[in-house]
Ligand binder design. Structure first.
Ligand code: F6P
Length: 340
């Protein structure tokens, strides 16, 4: 079978490990032929494809980024499913493996509804897909954020400053929660849990009173209790979703004004997505890749591979894109016991 592979949406450590898993198993076990689609759905509608032989994927599990390139170009506004079918037919491509986050998997579901043979692979550093217990990329992002916070803590302590760290996560607080727990933050602000400014100032003062340099981890999607909308930017990505960011700077100013403690903000941004994947992410991504090629070979169209417990399973794309996985309140409560 001839199979196209694409990576779409924001990049994520582990994408290359998925591609490697797909191609190595697909070649060895099933004798499939693979083509790579350049820059996500852009390459699919613009007929920009490259051969993907097994030699091309050797040694890739430890390489960050994606050898195929990625973008947030939506195919639905650039020719739609008719154009995708046209390109696939032209090259005798029977199936597509789409590796991406919520936006990509929603498009994959629409492809399936339109009769295109597609299997999805979930990826996102945000860990916000409810149909899978974990997404690869998350572990690496948390490790990068944790190491960064550890470093910021020592400079904060040297100056007796409060250090605010804004982390990614879009509309959920998974990265903030895990990096905050791992680094022993004095406050963790996430979109799922409403917190008032005075609660935050209380945690900062409490840490200062005990001679500590307060560390505040804030997820980019956070807003204070009673406020509406986390959007701090008027820019949108290619899927029409608003980009977040900027809350760290605002929290920093508020802390300084209310407490008088000198405060600095660091926005970690795309550092959390770059570089080599952690060993956990390499393994999960590889398992997702080999399972995806099994799903294609079994013609399980309209499904996505997912991690349930320690097993890789197949779920329907329709169910995979229906709800975001948010941080349960009790998990934040457990972390908050350790604040201050
Ligand atoms: O979804 C992954 C993510 O890194 C989010 O955490 C973040 O809000 C967004 O992508 C940033 O997008 P971009 O790379 O387009 O700036």
């Amino acid at each position: 079978m001839k199979i196209a592979v694409l990576t779409a949406g924001g990049d994520c450590p582990g994408l290359n490990a998925v591609i490697r898993g797909i191609v190595l198993k697909g070649d060895r076990i099933y004798d499939h032929e693979f083509v790579g689609v350049r820059d996500g759905f852009r390459g699919l509608v613009e007929d920009d494809l490259v051969p993907l032989p097994r030699q091309r994927v050797r040694g890739l599990s430890k390489v960050g980024g994606t050898i195929l390139g990625t973008s947030r170009v939506s195919p639905m506004t650039n020719g739609g499913t008719d154009r995708v079918k046209e390109v696939m037919d032209k090259h005798d491509i029977e199936a597509l493996i789409a590796i991406g986050g919520e936006g990509t998997l929603t498009v994959a579901r629409m492809f399936h509804d339109a009769g295109i043979n597609v299997v999805g692979v979930p990826k996102t550093i945000d860990n916000d897909l409810s149909a899978t217990d974990r997404t690869f990329g998350f572990d690496t992002a948390v490790s990068v954020a944790t190491e960064s916070i550890d470093r910021l803590r020592t400079t904060g302590e040297a100056h007796s400053r409060c250090m605010v760290v804004e982390v990614m996560g879009r509309n959920v607080g998974w990265i903030a929660l895990h990096a905050g727990i791992a680094s022993g933050a004095h406050a963790i602000l996430i979109p799922e849990v409403p917190v008032t400014p005075s609660q935050l100032f209380g945690w900062v003062r409490h840490a200062m009173d005990r001679g500590r340099a307060p560390v505040v981890v804030v997820a980019e999607g956070f807003t204070f209790a009673g406020e509406e909308g986390a959007v701090a930017s008027d820019r949108t990505d290619g899927f029409g979703r608003q980009l977040l960011g900027g809350i760290g700077e605002r929290v920093t100013r508020m802390i300084e004004e209310a407490t008088g403690v000198e405060t600095r903000n660091t926005t970690l941004g795309h550092l959390q997505r770059g570089g080599v994947p952690s060993s956990y992410d390499r393994v999960l991504a590889t398992r997702f890749g080999t399972a995806a090629v099994d799903a294609v070979s079994d013609r399980m169209w309209g499904t996505m591979v997912a991690l349930h417990g320690i097993d890789i399973v197949n779920v329907r794309l329709r169910d995979a894109t229906s709800a975001l996985k948010v941080v349960p309140r009790d998990q934040w409560d457990e972390a908050a016991i350790l604040f201050g």
